[in-house]
Design a protein around this ligand. Structure first.
Ligand code: NAP
Length: 357
């Protein structure tokens, strides 16, 4: 598809290095190491499956600048890596497999991670062609790309230890890792050019899901949930619960139970969704008694015109089309990327909104 970036030539790649030890890293590793015949049953898009079917990837290194107790991945995702069919984890340095002496008590998540690491992968080391490794206390410092096709790139690594505040600091030791492909997976922040983006938070500023502008006032009829409102954290279910809570806020704002002003928004209200970062008290504003649900701020009006914003009708149309294409291919759905969905919507339902009227 013209709007998809060119895929990496996985047929010429045997060693992949992932930088970062979060769940996105483990997701990438799992996609690279799972047999495509297994993935074909799920909603992996066909063009992606075709790339994976040609793959020659044998080893995936997952680099973290800190240790097993600071890794950002969750135990469920680590367990899925341990259970991968046809792949095994390279044994860890035994020094990583005990709780550090004199340390504070491990959290539940840290204890479970330790247990999983001690147990190792279901497939024992040396029994599979494909392998993966968790390379702790390593931070990339440089990359030398090969002069000749077929040669490997050399990734320079600085070895690290934790300082008293658990930050990674260099030990002065270094090593080199030969690899074919380096993928960074270091977390995510919202698009800084987006209106209402707060550079000090790296995401939108919200109060109980209500978007707050740079002047600290609530932007009428604009809400944010999930990563837009909280930054890139939490697993799928946390994002879902946040969306439910913000939907509750929207309903409370637009359909107050009594025909009186809605309760002034207070800081104690911030837990209702998306509001982990409570703005200063001057942001607090009593919502108008009658909110016109059909008026949008100018930014949203422009985006609707440009097709950069979707509404629920659009979502339903895309959903139905994905399911329809999937049926023909014997799978749950065939996902569209954003550009494909835009093209589909532009061709299926030309928008004729005159919002100036
Ligand atoms: P993440 O959880 O924030 O992990 C980022 C990783 O990158 C951490 O290991 C971090 O190490 C490392 N990192 C950041 N800056 C670095 C630097 N300059 N040098 C070296 N390492 C660096 O990010 P993510 O994996 O993108 O995930 C985002 C959110 O989505 C998370 O809440 C995650 O749980 C969620 N998610 C969930 C699922 C799921 O439910 N299955 C799947 C995917 C994502 P430090 O800790 O040392 O900074």
């Amino acid at each position: 598809h013209p709007s998809r970036p060119a895929p990496p030539p996985l047929e010429r790649i045997s060693h992949v290095t992932l930088v970062g030890q979060g769940n996105v890293s483990l997701d990438v590793a799992r996609m690279l190491l799972t047999p495509p015949s297994v993935l074909a049953k799920y909603d992996v898009p066909k063009p992606v499956l075709e790339v994976l079917e040609r793959s020659n990837v044998q080893h995936v290194s997952i680099l973290g600048r800190r240790g097993p107790f600071q890794a950002a991945f969750t135990t469920k995702e680590l367990r899925e890596m341990m259970n991968l069919p046809g792949a095994s984890m390279v044994p860890l340095d035994p020094a990583y497999l005990t709780a550090p002496e004199g340390s504070l008590k491990l959290t539940r998540q840290q204890s479970r991670t330790l247990q999983l690491l001690q147990k190792g992968s279901n497939n024992k080391p040396g029994t599979t062609k494909k392998t993966w490794s968790l390379d702790f206390f390593r931070s990339p410092t440089g990359l030398t790309t090969p002069n000749n096709a077929g040669d490997k790139a050399r990734l320079s690594l600085g070895h690290t230890i934790l300082d008293p505040s658990n930050r990674a600091v260099p030990t002065g030791e270094t090593s080199t890792l030969e690899t074919d492909l380096v993928i960074t997976s270091l977390g995510h922040h919202a698009e800084p050019s987006a209106p209402w983006y707060d550079p000090s938070l790296n995401h939108l500023r919200t109060l109980s899901g209500r978007v707050v502008d740079a002047g600290g006032r609530i932007v009428r009829n604009v809400y944010a949930s999930g990563w837009a409102a909280t930054g890139a954290r939490g697993v799928l279910v946390s994002t879902m619960m946040d969306a439910y809570a913000v939907a509750d806020t929207i309903l409370r704002d637009h359909f107050p139970e009594e025909d009186v002003h809605t309760t002034p928004i207070s800081e104690s209200d911030a837990g209702a969704g998306g509001g982990q970062d409570t703005p200063a008290a001057e942001a607090i504003e009593v919502l108008p008694k009658h909110v016109e649900a059909d008026t949008f701020p100018p930014e949203v009006e422009a985006w609707l015109r440009e097709g950069r914003v979707t509404d629920f009708e659009d979502w339903k149309a895309v959903d139905a089309e994905e399911v329809r294409c999937g049926e023909a291919m014997g799978k749950e759905r065939e996902r569209m990327v954003w550009e494909e969905a835009r093209e589909f919507l532009a061709s299926a339902r030309p928008r004729n909104i005159d919002i100036t009227a």
